[in-house]
Design a protein around this ligand. Structure first.
Ligand code: ATP
Length: 323
């Protein structure tokens, strides 16, 4: 029996979580789901967007499934705090098109520092954000990226940075990347400045296998990945540390479509597949991924972001029917 904390959160986070749990309940596995709260609605109820009980539940579970939360200016980001509390230093985001074979790469985003260090100061007429990049965190994320490439039979790892303009911080990252690459002589290592990388993802995405980058650059590139695939509703992510894992779609709470039952649940369902892989249930994960691939290729059931008129629930019912 796996203990799984579930945090639906706000907006479409709730709408994509419910059917994902229905899908997980139909596979041959034993889960004890523990619902917890976080986000803007939680803040209204309890005065905090991340209660201690939620953090403790995540710490004491085998994994966490997280929907999405709406940011509020009064509080630090709930998801950023959770990543820190659980020491989830890796953020893995596979960008795979089921219809265009040229688009199949994984972004490995450093998840613990950079511009997400919560180090912002207001000095009246100016404000400063500190972008903290350490050698230790850079080495461990680059090492993971090379290990991941080996494990998934890929050939190349590409670092994205801006070391020409940020020679100290991104200099550390670039140096750590090439230091680590020496451990992996059978893998190709190369690097691009982040702006060039943003262009090549559009003009020549097939050159990329694994991309490793710092926190904010990874966030931006993943939404660009959503653009490449046609919708943010297709991209899952895994936040992984030494002892824990939290799995969430790349998209946010999407207030513009919340409550309309038209969010694409695929990103959330694929995130739950990354959780199944993390729990060593590879066959079950593959089965659901194959079903999603077949639904996208058939093109009969499509939520509005994919150009159709089907609802969130229609998509999930189809996945359950095929399961
Ligand atoms: P955050 O800052 O919390 O990541 P965001 O500002 O990036 O959020 P999202 O909530 O991810 O914004 O939404 C960006 C756009 O993508 C919106 O137009 C939204 O409707 C659309 N979108 C996001 N997720 C989905 C989904 N699952 N299905 C359909 N459309 C989606």
């Amino acid at each position: 029996m796996f203990k799984i904390t579930t945090i639906p959160g706000d907006g479409i986070g709730k709408e994509v979580m419910k059917p994902t749990l229905e899908i997980l309940e139909t596979i041959n596995a034993q889960f004890d789901f523990i619902p917890q709260e976080a986000g803007a609605e939680c803040f209204k109820k309890y005065g905090t967007n991340l209660p201690a009980e939620t953090i403790n539940s995540c710490k004491n579970s085998d994994s966490t499934l997280f929907g999405a939360v709406t940011s509020i200016p009064e509080q630090k980001s709930a998801i950023v705090t959770l990543r820190k509390e659980l020491d989830l230093y890796i953020n893995q985001r596979p960008i795979k098109s089921y219809t265009n074979p040229n688009i199949n790469f994984t972004i490995i985003r450093e998840n613990s520092e950079g511009l997400y260090s919560h180090l912002e100061e207001d000095y009246g007429n100016e404000s400063i954000a500190i972008r903290k990049i350490t050698h230790k965190a850079s080495e461990r994320i680059c090492d993971y990226a090379f290990e991941y490439a080996l494990k998934t039979n890929q050939k190349k790892v590409t670092a994205a940075h801006k070391a020409n303009v940020l020679p100290l911080t991104d200099g550390v990252f670039k140096k750590a990347f090439y230091n680590m690459s020496k451990k992996y002589p059978n893998l190709t290592a190369n690097d691009y400045y982040i702006d060039a990388m943003a262009m090549y993802l559009i003009t020549n995405p097939s050159q990329f296998d694994v991309i490793v980058t710092t926190n904010l650059f990874g966030d931006i590139l993943s939404d660009e990945g959503g653009g490449l695939l046609g919708s943010l509703g297709l991209i899952p992510s895994a936040n992984i540390g030494k002892n824990n894992g939290l799995f969430e779609p790349v998209h946010g709470s999407a207030p513009d479509i919340a409550g309309l039952n038209k969010a694409n649940p695929i990103a959330m369902v694929l995130s739950s597949c990354l959780m199944l892989e993390f729990l060593n249930m590879h066959e079950e994960a593959k089965n659901i991924q194959n079903i999603i691939e077949s639904i996208i290729k058939e093109g009969k059931i499509k939520t509005p972001d994919l150009g159709g008129t089907n609802s969130t629930q229609d998509m999930c019912d189809e996945i359950i029917r095929k399961l």
